[in-house]
Design a protein around this ligand. Sequence first.
Ligand code: SAH
Length: 199
Amino acid sequence: MVRRDIKGRGISDPRVLEAMAAVPREAFVGPRQARRAYADGPLPIGEGQTISQPYVVAWMAEAAEVAPGDRVLEVGTGSGYAAAVLGRLAETVHTVERHAALAKDAAERLRELGCDNVNVRHGDGSEGWSEHAPYDAIVVAAASPDVPGPLREQLHTGGRLVIPVGGRWSIQRLIRERRAESGEFTREELGAVRFVPLV
Ligand code: SAH
């Protein structure tokens, strides 16, 4: 999967490739989906939600430029898969999930897998997680018409915010915003994506 779907489609950061190879995706889906765990597509994880496509997880991790000492916020824990990948790249990952059942399952799974630097919380991630701010990188796994203000506020100077921007049915674009020394944000469009909505 990593060779064909991740590297083969243009992800080149060796640390991201290593993290993708190290995290067992089958551990994040139910037994009925295990067979398809290494096909490059989203899969159902309950509550009408999906585990992200591996390529997209790698793309967002690379775009967020996560470095070894970084503190990362993820919005939309889902299965915990992307959090586990980010956890291999960063110092710590704080991740927020709005569905209590998904947050609980993800936290358990991450603990069993020994992802000790990943903290899961049940709550509204569009408010961020101010207790641990500022973050060197923020990765949002659900699409929003605009960048939620609290996420910008919780971004460190020099920090990167990666988020799909767009409506539920309209075109969504993956956006990277950087917070400059001046406090200004610069925005780049990285490409078209499809995510469930940020609620
Ligand atoms: N990163 C996940 C995939 C997440 S799918 C993985 O690797 O499995 C998007 C997730 O965002 C869903 O679980 C959904 O419940 C959650 N979500 C949507 N809006 C949210 C919000 N406001 N706060 C926190 N989580 C939210």
